[in-house]
Design a binder for this molecule. Sequence first.
Ligand code: UD1
Length: 340
Amino acid sequence: MSKILVTGGLGFIGSHTVVELQNEGFEVVIIDDLSNSSEKVLDGINAITGKTPVFEKLDLKEKSAVESFFKKHSDLKGVIHFAANKAVGESVKEPLMYYENNVGSLVYILKELKKLPEANFIFSSSCTVYGQADKLPITEDAAVKLAESPYGNTKQIGEEIIQDTCNAIPSIKAIALRYFNPIGAHESANIGELPLGVPQNLVPFITQTAIGLREQLSVFGDDYPTPDGTCIRDYIHVVDLAKAHVVALQRLLKGKNKKQYETFNLGTGTGSSVLEVIKSFEKVSGEKLNYKLVDRRAGDVISAYADTQKAKNELGWETKLSLDDAMASAWKWEKKVRGK
Ligand code: UD1
């Protein structure tokens, strides 16, 4: 059984990936600092897989703690690195916190991987690196645009750091996965997204409004040059996304990678507008959502959706679940979390 480290493994995408890794027979060790997650997620993972992964509460900004961890777990076969801050607005106010955590931790981990005879590394990146792409759907060779926020910049810098490291150190192989918009929850409703405070992302805001925690959803902008005037995104079910991590890891473990450092888009290939997401939610939940059309939100791109060919051809992976599946699972999870 190959032992895999998942940093940020108690978070939204991390926890779903741990489930898929365990389902595929991997032994998982989680590091998480619990800054935006809870140890209770371990129970959710156990309820689904019948196994509780090893968990160590660890702050990846503490270099000596990272060193000791890797000394203790010298038999790691791969690392999937999710642990990072991810709130765009917060990153504008606290850029140094974002650079220290997202970039600093990455450097410490890579320094440890450098000491191993062989290392396989999966990095959690984002379609935010493309900004407003010149061409849709977005292919992996689309230009990386000037970052809109320090958060986005940490993903761009992160990719560059990994690329440079791979160029210099032949024993490290890496894949950066560029997520489009991950939504939904495990169908069992044992794990899901748990945003701290007021959600910034669309889907948790929708479900929290429908459950009565928020009064009304504001739809940011209805005068965009899109069919219904609202922004278009590629919403991908978190379970599909989690499975892609296992496939990417297996690619490295089996030496099937074509280059030492590779990037892949993870999306469905289909764009949905904000109003279409609301419609899907209303259909699967039977709830009427209270929303109003308001001004645009600063920094939003008009439209972004993935070209999925590279992931299909190279990874042999594509999404299986629909927007309706994702919205239904997000709603089931919201109801469970609120005891309804
Ligand atoms: C956001 C981040 C992006 C990050 C991603 C991670 C911004 C500007 N971008 O992407 O950097 O990688 O989350 O998940 O924050 N919307 C509303 N009302 C709401 C919330 C959202 O109308 O209350 C709209 C937005 O204008 C957008 C769409 O819903 O058109 C999706 O928004 P969101 O879930 O925040 O994702 P992104 O903006 O794509």
